[in-house]
Design a protein around this ligand. Structure first.
Ligand code: R2B
Ligand code: URA
Length: 315
């Protein structure tokens, strides 16, 4: 800025700086040099799709394991935000592939990520590039999902403070060029507190902030006794889960660590909100009736829906 600049010019320049600061950062100098970027697992590309026109208005992205749950979520959020006419259909934007499904309603994008760290990591690489190419700014990403609780009544919702590994350390190990790189897995404190406030306003189900253990497996990796392989006793299992509880772990799932790490590296505000389907101190099998489970699965959606509605009203 120079001394002769008009107040309008100064404001515009400040706005540009702000947009730069809040835009999506890609930690890869090679991307700028590419003439075209093909997001293979989304069946979308910068040479074939106008990303800015399609996605430029996105402010919230919700990601979750199953394609059908993410379609249910987009219908729910569209109704809450009144973005479309009743009975409006929400086509799968990634219809050219069956790897992931993607739906959009107004400023909200809903994307499935499958199960486990490798599956969500591939999706997040392409999602972060999509948001970058679309010149999106001020974006919040929330993973909504299911988990096993520790010492909580089934149906409780856990908002993750830190994602920890199977040794309870708050880190994600990525092997790069054959060497281990450890990345931070803290989630955004302010966003977690805002979500807890929303839960209090809704007052419909027990919600806590706690640590989430992210594992590489559902069975042995989560100390279950009901997998095809079990190399420990019931007593050892319970000792391990009690130790996890002592370390602040309130639930166990399979994607939060790489989600947190990638949000941190890319400077994106992120949260993980998972419902607990059972208390792992009481058992391993998920035997709750289907209708009860499907009501539980709506809880993270309701909570995040409430947050999005509130935050959009402020803008
Ligand atoms: C929660 O549930 C799935 C396993 O059933 C996994 O994707 C996770 O994180
Ligand atoms: N998802 C998990 O990863 N673990 C559970 O126990 C339940 C759902």
């Amino acid at each position: 800025m120079t001394p002769g600049d008009t107040p309008e010019k100064k404001k515009k320049m400040e706005d540009n700086v702000l947009a730069e600061e809040t835009s999506i950062y890609v930690h890869n100098p090679y991307l700028e040099k590419m003439k075209e970027d093909i997001l293979y697992h989304f069946a979308l590309g910068t040479g074939t799709h106008d990303f800015q026109a399609l996605f430029g208005d996105i402010k919230f992205v919700c990601v979750g394991g199953s394609p059908s749950r993410m379609k249910t979520f987009i219908r729910y959020i569209a109704e809450e935000l009144e973005t479309g006419s009743p009975n409006c259909d929400y086509p799968n934007i990634c219809a050219g592939t069956d790897r992931y499904a993607m739906y959009k309603a107004g400023p909200v994008l809903s994307v499935s990520h499958g199960m486990g760290i490798p599956s969500i990591a591939i999706m997040l690489h392409e999602l972060i590039k999509l948001l970058h190419h679309s010149k999106c700014s001020d974006v919040t990403i929330v993973r909504i999902g299911t988990s096993g609780g520790i010492g909580l009544a089934p149906g409780s919702v856990v908002i993750t403070k830190q994602s920890v590994d199977a040794t309870f350390k708050p880190q994600f190990e990525q092997v790069v060029l054959g060497k281990s790189v450890f990345r931070n897995t803290d989630l955004d404190d302010k966003l977690a507190e805002d979500l807890l406030k929303c839960a209090k306003e809704l007052d419909e189900f027990n919600t806590v902030i706690g640590n989430t253990m992210c594992t590489l497996d559902f069975y042995e990796g989560q100390a279950r006794l009901d997998g095809a392989i079990c190399s420990y006793t019931e007593e050892e299992k319970l000792q391990y889960l009690q130790a996890a509880h002592k370390a602040g772990v309130r639930n166990i799932e399979m994607e939060s660590s790489v989600f947190a790490a990638m949000c941190n590296v890319s400077g994106i505000r992120g949260a993980v909100v998972c419902v607990t389907l059972l208390d792992r101190l009481e058992g391993d099998q998920i035997s709750t009736p289907h209708d009860v489970l499907s009501e539980y699965q709506k809880r993270p959606q309701k909570l995040v829906g409430h947050l999005i509605k509130k935050q959009l009203k402020k803008k």
